[in-house]
Design a protein around this ligand. Sequence first.
Ligand SMILES: [Zn+2]
Length: 71
Amino acid sequence: MSDHADITDKIIFAAVRRGLDAVRRQPRLAPDCRCHYCDEEVGAAALFCGVDCRDDYDKERAAIARAGRAV
Ligand SMILES: [Zn+2]
């Protein structure tokens, strides 16, 4: 029984590790006082002017990644 648990643990940990590695390989956005989606001025530490732009940006990047293009 513990063999199954051990194997399952290894599979789960490997999947989590692959997910974390994929997230860490993504380029990080740097704040530049402009919304990264609509180019509106934002505060110095903000990346987006609001959650709508953030969500649209994420959706656009995901679509580009699914299409197999560089993001
Ligand atoms: Zn925006």
